[in-house]
Write a protein that binds this ligand. Sequence first.
Ligand code: SF4
Length: 328
Amino acid sequence: MGKKGRVFSGARPTGRQHLGNYLGAMKNYVALQEDYDCVYSVVDIHALTTMETTQNLKSNTLDMVLDWLAAGMDPEKSIIFVQSHVPEVMELHTILSMVTPLGKLTDLPTFKDKVREQPHNINYGLVGYPVLMAADIALYKADTVPVGVDQAPHIEFTREVVRSFNYRYNCNVLVEPQMKVTEFPKVIGIDGQQKMSKSLDNHIEMASTPEEMNKRVMMMVTDPQRQRRSDPGNPDVCNVFSLHKIFSSPEEVKMIDRECRIAGIGCVDCKKLLAKNLNTHLEPFRERRAEFEKHTEDVVDMLNDGAKRASVIAKKTMQEVRSAIGLL
Ligand code: SF4
């Protein structure tokens, strides 16, 4: 049976991935490979818009790809490559910027957020970021983009840019992508409050050793009302319980739900059980990652091969784009 269409998705090179990355993106990336032609990119050029130093850019790229591969993203099934290895995206970005009103970009809430976050570095790249993202998607003629609900406006923007290009040059060269909205569980960090994120240092890395895992889980904030072991707790407001629901057996979840409310189980034991289950769940991942890590030169070859395959699509699209514009 043929595939349903082409998926594009990109992620910034943030190094070793955490449980939030896994549940929010990687798991879905792996599943999509069965039904779609997938193009997965490490968007290193995007990362430059907010990066103060590129010192760890290479190692972060490689670390993220090692996690991707260990999680089951498969170069035999998908194109996995690094954005900057296919420079046509920069050309398409420039061309698409000519059909994008500046006001539209500066009005985007994501741009305003970035201005607030880094007032000392409001660079041109930040303004053009959504255009580069549109170029990423359009270059590979992806018709499907997996997104969480909060990212829907980005894809709507891409659709508008694609329509503007096709209208301006009276052609049908670029493909308007559809969103594939997926409900991802919102993974809260070990602080029990904010979304899991490396920059907030509230994350749990997938590649943690069992010891690191135990340490991080023991640091997790639980039901704040439960001060003493003898106090009954409320699992509904406890992030440890949220992770149990994902990584523990239905029987264990039921037992914690019951025992926590009557102080039958203490938070330390509850966390020990979670750490044990997380370690069991991640063991095969760690083994695969260690194997890939022993042969990083093969991983680099795989990325080069991915870039070659991506280039074939990119070059063809750019020929059509240039011809539609009427460039000599
Ligand atoms: Fe949370 Fe478990 Fe403690 Fe209940 S027993 S408050 S679910 S850590």
